[in-house]
Design a protein. Structure first.
Length: 123
């Protein structure tokens, strides 16, 4: 007798997820399916978690792509900023900009100074 070559439900699901380009769900669904099957999580929680993980992963990829497409020379965090140069910079004023209060006030921020003092550095 000929053995059936029909793919399993999991194989079909995996193939459909790949076809829909849901890469993160392909990666994580076996573990969450096991938890749902064992009754550790409910159906809606199962779907919510899978979709939330896919959305978060896509957002993270988009941000990384945009940063690389922007061709920024060096990615630095505020913690890495060297406030010792330029020497006359008001550290507290720069730090206050990062609470984005100027956005709420619908204001602009302009860095003014002579050539060579590091105006682009805080931006």
């Amino acid at each position: 007798m000929k053995k059936s070559t029909n793919p399993s439900r999991e194989d079909r699901l995996r193939q459909n997820l790949k076809e829909l380009d849901l890469q993160k769900i392909v990666e994580i669904f076996p573990e969450y399916t096991r938890q749902a099957t064992q009754g550790q999580i409910g159906y809606m929680e199962y779907l919510d978690h899978l979709i939330a993980q896919e959305a978060a992963w896509r957002h993270e990829r988009m941000v990384k792509y945009r940063i690389s497409a922007g061709k920024l020379a060096v990615r630095k965090a505020l913690n890495d900023y060297d406030f010792s140069y330029p020497t006359r910079i008001n550290k507290q004023k720069v730090l206050d900009l990062f609470d984005l209060g100027f956005v709420e006030r619908k204001s602009n921020v302009v860095f003014i100074g002579p050539t060579g003092v590091g105006k682009p550095r805080p931006t």
